[in-house]
Design a protein around this ligand. Structure first.
Ligand code: AMP
Length: 817
């Protein structure tokens, strides 16, 4: 049970509050006495103010709000001369249900007010918000001996309305309610009313409903309103997944895992999930849905280019068939190209695909006198639509002349094709300055792919292709990244400095698409060809990935200057800076949510066969929903652009503090060495951006790690997380967990937040610290505090003192054991 305000019976409010001391006690409880003692407008003013003040947030669902009940509340008071209802109406003639009691002059008061039965509507944790005024006993003339400044609130669970006649002692006490010092003052001219708000919660509830009861034992109270509600995480659509209204859990620290369902025409790789917190907030989004091929995302929904319907044959020869068709009725975006699939009838396993930007093609190299099946589909920026129905056409026999029957249509088709071509050419010329994607010219052979029993992989089967394997790096860029017209981009401000030039934020508006906030990396003027290649290399890599925890590439600008890489915008920038700025501000669950996201992104990369080599908090970006995404995919970046990278004895440049020993020693970079780096990122996250190994030199770090030393647990670190870090830092790389195991483990912790409550204990942290830093020159310092400050661990001074290490002599005598 938790209260929103300070608790405690009989707390006194500041003197001087609460009404006119010359009034009789019965008139002193507050506004409720106004109808008899003060003009009606004072109460109307109070109630109108209340109605504006008290609109419920959207994640709260009212089970009862006494202010909105139009008829009789049906509450019962006993004894009958205890609590009494003040029957007034507001300016709309709606009843104002205020109950008062003020028997401060009489001994042994025990006045009960029982609500009617309240259904909990399936919620197992409910909140009760009370608005009341409570008279300060000091201000009452006489009677101080019996006057109280508190009242009690109780509940009784019952499945139906038959439990009303239960005895007082069957009610369970929720709390003693006292007036809070934080109150709303409503200046009513001659009087100042102090309206207190107190909230209590009750749970877990196991029956269908409950009664509430308010017990007065001799105070002067006006209960102005009672609102009973539960909290829910309101239905949302995130990443194309619908998450339903979800009632929060019974426990105040419980997170409910909720599965989202993909909106129509979308699918998912990793099922979308979110967690509903006890406060009614959605936390830790996982996975996402993506529009199916051919469907485009628009305002949280997917619509597709409709299928091509009108396919006509043109010239038919013995080895070729020409076709033409019209743009789909509903392109739902700009059609970038068409894909034509054809095969000899009944030979579907051996088919050919041709891509064309135009609405005509000629399929060549066909067998004479054979029937061929054609299907066509359109592609927009969002992907492919569905294939058209099958169209069958037959080539002519070897000895026949060109197809006679098509002579007349040929003329018509030629005219049509000519007109279409002319239109396309004019359109092309006119659209020359408009913005949009244009597919880079490719070797015509590349446009035609043959498939036999799946020997060539269809698009969509994912493995990372190293752009180095392309002879021409420009080809790789255009294979994996869309070309964007510079006129679609608005640069707004500089947000960072990259190795190749400035990083800016801005907006991207592609035709037929919503405007997006984006980050724009620019290539500075005067670049060398190698710099251009390396710069665009990152886009060639990034463009191959599609995962909610990997930074998403929107496209590249290569046809004009400056050359740019355009990615999704991450409002909170790089994770290390963000954590340093917000030291101590997040719940453990939020931190684990960040780590889970990074691990999911890394799992995806390792599944794709991509080894990152420079995984560090500085290379993770974080957005406004605290979703973390892996970034920084330079071709040779580890060697070149990371300021943390240092030359090793073998000549390589490596970010020592983040890198596994085998990668430092003999350049063995694998997903297992990425797991080591992930452990360091975990440490950075839990310690809010602390520098791993503090001010130790790289040489000392290499030596210490080789000798078996590991980073000590960050402060307040859940034991389960530190254990996972240590697992990631196993010397034997095969013993380290795989990324999918890390993701599952973090999911388990998120589902069971109580498992994160056990923290690494202070004394074990001290011994690790001593093991880490004791041998490293501690003799040069005069005091333990000075030494700890020097190694940036001043915050541990208290723990050292508590554990008996109060002098440098004591520290110097510590052995590793
Ligand atoms: P980089 O060259 O990728 O290391 O980027 C340099 C800096 O620019 C980063 O440290 C971020 O602060 C910022 N930055 C890069 N990409 C983005 C993005 N997509 N969204 C927001 N900030 C970014």
């Amino acid at each position: 049970m938790r209260g929103s305000g300070p608790r405690g019976a009989g707390r006194r409010r500041p003197p001087g509050g609460g009404g006119d001391p010359s009034s009789t006690p019965a008139s002193l409880a507050g506004c409720y006495s106004a109808p008899r003692r003060a003009p009606l407008w004072t109460c109307l003013l109070l109630c109108a103010a209340l109605r504006t003040l008290l609109a419920s947030p959207s994640n709260e669902v009212n089970l009862l709000d006494s202010r909105t009940v139009m008829g009789d509340l049906g509450w019962i008071a006993f004894p009958k001369n205890g609590w009494e209802e003040i029957g007034e109406v507001d300016e709309n003639y709606a009843p104002i249900h205020t109950y008062q009691v003020c028997k401060v002059m009489e001994q042994n008061q025990n006045n009960w007010l029982l609500t009617s039965w309240i259904s909990n509507e399936g919620a197992s944790r409910i909140f009760i918000e009370l608005k009341f005024t409570l008279r300060d006993c000091n201000s009452l003339p006489g009677g101080l001996g019996t006057c109280k400044e508190t009242f009690n609130m109780y509940y009784f669970e019952s499945d139906d309305e038959n439990g009303r006649n239960i005895k007082e002692n069957q009610y369970i006490k929720i709390d003693t309610i006292a007036a809070d010092e934080s109150f709303t003052e409503l200046d009513l001219g001659d009087r100042v009313m102090k309206l207190n708000t107190e909230v209590r919660d009750v749970g877990p509830l196991s029956k269908k409903g409950f009664y509430l009861a308010f017990q007065d034992v001799g105070a002067c109270i006006a209960l102005v309103s009672v609102r009973v509600y539960y909290k829910k995480c309101p239905s949302v659509v995130r990443h194309l997944a619908v998450f339903p209204d979800t009632i929060t859990g019974a426990d105040s620290s419980q997170l409910l895992e909720v599965s989202g369902s993909c909106v129509n025409h979308s699918v998912t790789d990793e099922p979308p999930k979110m967690h509903c917190s006890a406060e009614g907030e959605w936390l830790v989004p996982i996975g996402k849905c993506m529009c199916k091929a051919g469907y485009e995302e628009k305002n949280g929904t997917c619509q597709a280019p409709s299928p091509v319907t009108n396919v006509k044959k043109g010239k038919i020869a013995k080895n070729s068939i020409s076709l033409s068709w019209q743009e789909p009725d509903r392109p739902n975006g700009i059609i970038l190209e068409y894909e034509i699939k054809y095969f000899e009838k009944d030979q579907e396993t051996s088919y050919t695909i041709i891509k064309s930007k135009e609405t005509t093609i000629t399929a060549e190299g066909l067998k004479p006198a054979s029937v061929y099946v054609f299907q066509i589909r359109a592609r927009t920026a969002a992907g492919y639509g569905v294939f058209s129905r099958r169209f069958e056409f037959e080539t002519i026999p070897v000895f026949a002349a060109s197809s006679d029957q098509s002579q007349i249509p040929i003329i018509a088709v030629s005219v049509t094709v000519g007109v279409i071509l002319l239109a396309v050419v004019i359109g092309f010329l006119l659209s020359g300055r408009r913005c949009g994607y244009s597919k880079a010219k490719q070797d015509p052979e590349e446009e035609k792919m043959h498939f036999h029993n799946g020997h060539i992989k269809l698009p969509g089967v994912r493995t990372y292709i190293d752009p180095h394997t392309y002879e021409d790096p420009n080809q790789a860029v255009h294979e994996f990244a869309k070309e964007i017209e510079a006129s679609c981009i608005t640069i707004e401000r500089v947000i960072g400095a990259g190795e190749f030039g400035e990083v800016c934020s801005g907006r991207l508006k592609l035709p037929g698409k919503r405007e997006l906030p984006v980050a724009i990396k620019t290539l500075k003027v005067g670049y060398t060809e190698k710099q251009r290649r390396d710069f665009l290399g990152e886009a060639s890599i990034m463009g191959q990935f599609d995962h909610p925890n990997i930074i998403h590439l929107e496209g590249v600008v290569t046809k004009s200057k400056p050359v740019m890489i355009v990615t999704e915008y991450m409002e909170n920038g790089s994770l290390d800076t963000f954590l340093k700025k917000n030291d101590g501000q997040f719940t453990v669950i939020q931190l684990v949510g960040m780590l889970r996201g990074i691990a999911a992104g890394m799992k995806y990369l390792s599944d794709m066969g991509y080894v990152h080599r420079d995984l560090a908090a500085r290379n993770i970006l974080i957005n406004s929903n605290l979703v973390c995404k892996v970034s920084d995919f330079g071709l040779s970046r580890v060697l070149e652009d990371d300021p943390e990278a240092a030359y090793t004895t073998r000549g390589g440049k490596i970010p020592i503090r983040w890198t596994a020993p085998e990668a430092i020693a003999f350049r063995k970079f694998t997903s297992a060495s990425d797991v080591w780096s992930y452990g360091i990122v975990m440490w950075e996250v839990v310690s809010y951006g602390e520098r791993p190994y503090w001010e130790m030199t790289n040489q000392d770090v290499i030596k210490a790690v080789e000798e078996g030393y590991r980073l000590p647990s960050p402060m307040d670190c859940p034991a389960a997380l530190y254990q996972l870090m240590l697992d990631c830092w196993q010397k034997d790389r095969n013993s380290r967990p795989k990324f999918d195991e890390i993701v599952s483990m973090l999911d388990k912790l998120i589902r069971n937040p109580s498992s994160l409550k056990t923290l690494v204990n202070a004394s074990s942290r001290v011994s690790t610290l001593l093991a880490e830093h004791g041998p490293l020159g501690s003799g040069a310092y005069r005091s333990v505090g000075e030494w700890l400050e020097a190694i940036k661990m001043g915050r541990y001074t208290e723990i050292f003192m508590e554990n008996g290490y109060s002098s440098m002599d004591a520290v110097a005598q510590v052995t590793l054991e």
